[in-house]
Design a protein around this ligand. Sequence first.
Ligand SMILES: [Ca+2]
Ligand SMILES: [Ca+2]
Ligand SMILES: [Ca+2]
Length: 177
Amino acid sequence: MKKGFTLIELLVVIAIIGVLSTIIISSIGNISDRAKIAKTVAEIRQMETDIILYNLDTNTYPHCVFPFCNSTNDPFINSNGVPGWNGPYGNIPLHLRSHAWGGAFTVYRSDFDGDGDLDVALDFNDDAPGTSFGDNTGGIPLSLLHKFDDILDDGVELQGRFRHYSSEGFYIIIEAE
Ligand SMILES: [Ca+2]
Ligand SMILES: [Ca+2]
Ligand SMILES: [Ca+2]
């Protein structure tokens, strides 16, 4: 009488379990990514609203560079001497904001396209708020960044109002002023 499993049978069972768990894990991953993208799109829209309110008051844009942005220079909660400032802007100070993957989500200004006008960057950092460049615990997979462009702009990363800049994890709003 046959007792237990043969080695072949065990290997087949292990292989089947492996395939099933891969399928389950990847489908959970997709659901999780979709939820995170939806959450981050909402955060981007809120950030845009706060930036617009800041601009209406000051006629300029907030500038807050990770990791040097803190409670004493955060432009959403400090006037920093900017004329017309009438904050605070939004419910969460800029230096404490994070995107759904856990990294800091801030805004700063630079002339990315070199035309002499400052552009506004939405900075999706891979470092959590309050940490430094080496944290790296909260990065958005670069393969997912274009999803924001699909939803908020023209779906093309190198053109339009939103542009993915370089290989880094941030988007810019070109020609904001
Ligand atoms: Ca520019
Ligand atoms: Ca980092
Ligand atoms: Ca675009």
